[in-house]
Design a protein around this ligand. Structure first.
Ligand code: GLN
Length: 479
């Protein structure tokens, strides 16, 4: 029986098995089939994956040079474009839309011999924290099927959690990789803003969006990041900074990292008591192991969720204006007397789900004349202050740690009627997107309710090497 532990392990298996890629693809296809009820995949590229596996097996047999992700199966969140394949952002408005090009990240994966196994369900246009906003149904958490997997990249998190793919790519605008990773007990990495090209990623809020990685191990995430990161002529916000060889440069031996945590974050009334105490105990473990861990005052904590929702909805209202019933996908049936305005109105009202409409309205409101300065400008000022404070913290510390989410995965339906409660649960993750720093959720803990939860680690801009090294060391101190 095939079983997957890590990419390195799998590569050893391939070296000893001439039909190894085909064995792996068959294994995953049958697992996906068995777990269909989880609703993790919107589409599985079965025939193509089998064909690629056959070609890759032949390539190995012929002794040709192999890509760094040779035969690695990867699933894509349904907001990442894969040429000649459908992409819908889990929205009715993109019905029957087919990508005409590859996202840069996908192009890079394919160039290293990866196999794209399918596309994953998510919250519509990546807006949500529970995957309950998809036009194609909820996704279930494989550990407890009455609970949500988190969102918005819920399908991608479950793909790795339930062993339906080796790796998956998601997108993280305010926590959509780290939060479902926390709920599902896997590793979820959001790189620095600009580390990975956004070309071919359907935009939600362009100054926040980053493609992120779900994996079983920190090493696997490091290898995939090394491949998808880097400059891109098609995205001027993708950084020119050199990409380190994360996978081989990870520091396993302890460098004495200085770690900060926010007093206000661990004392927050919304934080589950058991999560708070587990993290407190773990901080002691870190100190005993020789790390310097200190508390830092952070008085802006209560401003970050409102700031995030003002700025992201503003950007979304502009980004989503292109889905108008004319250029892409869904168009409403019209009456004879309907004019162009009516076409826009009907197509957008029928094509977008409730949450997306709420955010377009909110974003339009905060950008409207008369309210612009009170909301949008103010939020931009808070963002600036957050960046300044963060810079100061990283003058003294190498990393910041915090809970990833205030609670473990909640029950399906529990929060769907209360958008404010849902928004507030993003308190720990949106910070990294507001200031652009990298963040990861690592699966360290288990709650007495049976659910996993993670620790979030953040470092300064473009210091993914420390982020991944420290995370790997922390995994070795797992309680
Ligand atoms: N939960 C957040 C939101 O709904 C994060 C979404 C994301 O990162 N794509 O905006």
């Amino acid at each position: 029986m095939f079983s997957f532990q890590s990419i390195k392990n799998y590569q050893t298996f391939l070296a000893e098995n001439s039909d190894g890629c085909s064995v792996a693809v068959n294994h995953y296809l049958s697992e996906i089939e068995k777990n269909k009820h989880l609703n993790s995949f919107l589409e599985v590229f079965a025939a193509e994956a089998l064909q690629s596996a056959k070609e890759l097996d032949a390539k190995r047999k012929a002794g040709k040079p192999l890509g760094k992700l040779h035969g690695v199966l990867i699933a894509l969140k349904d907001v990442i474009c894969y040429k000649d394949h459908q992409v819908s952002a889990s929205s009715k408005i993109l019905t029957n839309f087919t990508s005409i090009y590859n996202a840069t990240a996908v192009e890079k994966l394919l160039a290293e011999d990866a196999i794209i196994i399918g596309r994953n369900n998510c919250d519509e246009f990546a807006m949500g924290s529970s995957n309950e906003n998809s036009a194609f149904g909820i996704v279930k958490n494989a550990i407890d099927e009455t609970r949500v997997p988190g969102g918005s990249s819920g399908g991608s998190a479950v793909a790795v959690q339930a062993g339906l793919s080796m790796i998956s790519l998601g997108s993280d605008t305010g926590g959509s990789v780290r939060q479902p990773a926390d709920f599902c007990g896997v590793v979820g990495l959001k790189p620095t803003y600009g580390r990975v090209s956004r070309y071919g990623l359907i935009a939600y809020a362009s100054s926040f969006d980053q493609i992120g990685i779900f994996a079983n191990t920190v090493d696997d995430a490091a290898l995939v990041l090394e491949i998808i990161a880097g400059a891109d002529d098609f995205d001027s916000t993708a950084s020119e900074q050199k990409v380190p060889f994360y996978s081989s440069e990870l520091k396993e031996e302890k460098k004495s990292y200085r770690i900060a945590y926010f007093k206000q974050a661990l004392e927050h009334p919304g934080l589950d008591k058991e999560i708070a105490s587990s993290i407190q105990t773990y901080i002691q473990t870190l100190k005993d192991a020789g790390y310097i861990v200190e508390t830092v005052d952070f008085d802006l904590l209560n401003y970050i969720v409102p700031t995030y929702y003002i700025l992201t909805t503003a950007e979304a209202s502009s980004n989503l204006s292109r889905f108008d019933g004319v250029k892409y996908g869904y168009r409403a049936d019209l009456n004879k007397e309907d004019d162009l305005t009516e076409l826009y109105k009907k197509s957008r009202s029928e094509g977008f789900g409730k949450e997306v409409q709420r955010r377009i309205l909110l974003g339009t409101f905060v950008l409207s004349s008369g309210y612009y300065d009170a909301y949008f400008t103010k939020a931009q000022q808070v963002r600036r202050m957050l960046c300044d404070q963060t810079k100061k913290i990283f003058e003294e510390y190498d990393a910041i740690i915090s809970p990833t989410v205030p609670t473990t995965a909640f029950k399906i339906g529990e929060k769907s009627d209360d958008p404010i409660e849902m928004f507030l649960a993003d308190i720990y993750t949106v910070y990294a997107n507001l200031v652009g720093i990298p963040g990861i959720s690592i699966p360290l803990f288990k709650h007495s309710n049976g659910m996993p939860f993670g620790l979030q680690v953040m470092t300064k801009h473009f210091d993914e090497l420390s982020l991944l090294s420290l995370s790997k060391q922390m995994m070795q101190l797992k309680p």
